[in-house]
Ligand binder design. Structure first.
Ligand SMILES: [Zn+2]
Ligand SMILES: [Zn+2]
Length: 360
């Protein structure tokens, strides 16, 4: 493999040979006194022919990193540099790169590559590709000073969105945008949101912009989340088990539990659609599924689907929409070397505002 200095089209004077990276060396529970990542000093990677070398400015911290470290979606190899909400500048490119991205600011999201040839890739559903590679799990991600990525899997970031505030848009924002797209909502139709975390508050603002005449109904267990939703302009808020007076045309569920799924199916209007935006459901309340009732929960052409990963189109449309709204997520910044602290706080549930690593 060529060294960075041998790669064509690089801004070589600014690229060192080694870099800092916070990497996963072993899997296990994230808890106090057991730092999940190690601070390593490793060679700066060389971009392949169709790859870019990106100098990282910022990388968001996501629950999926906890899933990787704790083994629920383990890295393809160890050690692994996590991070899939990356903003940086392209500082070198392989010889077959043609998109003119050198020196441009780009984002990198969960989709690091897909095969481009299977029936899902060729029908706009590359998120379902059997050869889907996730950034920071199957390929080194953004908890580092530099990373490489296929040229065609980067995203230009609108100038009006800053580095730090752009990072949550690349994951919670883009996945939320996909969930909203899968609702197939028309302006004026009602939308429910079950759970109101990182994705929910971004989706609410996207929905208000795209469907200005639609009522938005937020179901959340926590009083603080309901107040946050109301402050952002939700038309109705209530507990998961409460019922608004009307059947809803679509509901997005972002909770880890099963009770909200049944409650949402019951709350749908005839022909309504439930979109579950969760990587997995926890088993704690699975028994509730035994009370699934055909007439209450399913009949009258109710539809249930899920969201898996994101496509490049989701990421790009989310960024464009965020610039237009304008949508500016609240973030808390940590230096790269404090990644362990950020992960521990995330694990402990300090979730208000997205956490972002700032890379000098
Ligand atoms: Zn994520
Ligand atoms: Zn494919």
């Amino acid at each position: 493999m060529a060294t960075v200095a041998e790669v064509m089209n690089s801004t070589m004077d600014t690229i060192p040979t080694r870099m800092r990276a916070m990497r996963i060396h072993r899997l296990g529970p994230v808890k106090a006194g057991r730092p999940p990542l190690e601070a390593d000093f490793v060679p700066v990677p060389s971009p392949g022919p169709a790859h870019l070398l990106v100098r990282v400015h910022a990388c968001g911290v996501c629950h999926t990193e906890l899933d990787e470290i704790e083994g629920r979606t383990p890295p393809a190899a160890l050690p692994m540099t996590p991070g899939h909400q990356v903003i940086g500048t392209v500082v070198a490119q392989g010889e077959s790169c043609r998109l003119g991205l050198l020196n441009r600011r780009v984002g990198v999201a969960w989709i690091h590559s897909a095969c481009g040839e299977c029936r899902w890739c060729t029908s706009g559903r590359e998120n379902l590709c059997p050869d889907f590679h996730a950034c920071g799990r199957d390929a080194a991600g953004g908890y580092a000073e530099y990373m490489t990525v296929p040229e065609s899997f980067t995203h230009l970031v609108p100038d009006e969105i800053g580095d730090l505030e752009a990072t949550p848009l690349l994951c919670a924002g883009a996945v939320g945008y996909r969930a909203l797209s899968l609702c197939h909502l028309e302006n004026g139709q009602s939308l429910g949101l079950t759970g109101f975390g990182a994705s929910g508050h971004l989706v609410l603002q996207m929905a208000q912009h795209l469907y200005p005449d639609s009522g938005i109904f937020v179901f959340a267990r926590s009083q603080a989340e309901r107040k946050f939703a109301a402050d952002l302009g939700a038309n109705w808020t209530g507990d998961t088990s409460e019922r608004p007076g009307t059947g809803l045309d679509a509901i997005i569920d972002t909770t880890p539990a099963w009770l909200p799924v049944l409650a949402a199916m019951e709350a749908l209007a005839p022909g309504g659609r439930l979109v579950i935006n969760a990587i997995r459901k926890e088993g704690g309340d699975r028994d509730i599924l035994a009370s699934l009732d055909y007439d209450r929960h399913l009949w009258r052409e109710k539809i249930m689907t899920t969201v898996a990963n994101v496509t490049r189109q989701d990421v790009r449309e989310c960024l464009r929409l965020a610039a237009e709204i304008p949508l500016r997520p609240h973030v808390t910044a940590y230096p790269l070397e404090d990644a362990n602290q950020a992960l521990l706080e995330l694990k402990q549930g300090h979730i208000r505002g997205a956490k972002v690593l700032r890379v000098p």
